[in-house]
Write a protein of this length. Structure first.
Length: 178
């Protein structure tokens, strides 16, 4: 657990711009984009691969991944639970799903790029410098880093868990060629 607090995963790509930061990880998953879309855009499924999410519930009358739809995500780290109101900002099936966590100002998303034999999946987190919590973490220096590193460790682990889940769901061959 200590390394998850003190270091960000080396495989993550970190980009800083004038407007914010973006952390992302891209993996090949041997599953079609539609199957992955059905997983990542279903807020009730996220708990199956996210190390922090334990469930979600739609808040708006629209109860599907549509821009402008709201949901609350229920999360937990150890004994500490919390809820985050979120808004779907991009729902471009089967290519791109994104939601914004309004409490802290981050956007989390999945880009799905079809390639031979499967999909390149990029999970990302974007944090505008104007987000209140982003400002607080930057000002707090080492005090804010452990939570940020834990979130990035969660991003890393969630992509690998999504890969395992999606690839386990793939049907075997229809026949054996002898």
């Amino acid at each position: 657990m200590l390394s998850r607090l003190t270091r960000r995963p080396a495989e993550l790509v970190h980009t800083t711009t004038a407007t914010g930061v973006r952390d992302e990880l891209t993996l090949f998953i041997a599953a079609p984009p539609r199957q992955l879309w059905d997983l990542v855009s279903d807020i009730n499924q996220m708990k199956r691969w996210s190390p922090e999410n334990v469930g979600a519930q739609w808040l708006s009358p629209v109860r599907e991944p549509t821009p402008g739809a709201w949901f609350v995500g229920f999360n937990r780290i150890g004994p500490i639970p919390w809820a985050t109101p979120c808004e779907v900002t991009i729902a471009d099936a089967p290519r791109h799903f994104e939601f914004r966590v309004h409490l802290i100002g981050t956007s989390w998303g999945y880009l799905l790029e079809p390639v031979e034999g499967g999909t390149l999946v990029t999970e990302y987190r974007e944090w505008p410098h104007t987000a209140p919590l982003s400002k607080l973490l930057r000002l707090s220096g080492p005090l804010g880093r452990p939570r940020d590193n834990l979130a990035l460790d969660g991003l890393y682990r969630s992509v690998y868990r999504l890969k395992a889940l999606a690839e386990a769901a793939q049907p075997g061959p229809e026949s054996r060629d002898d």
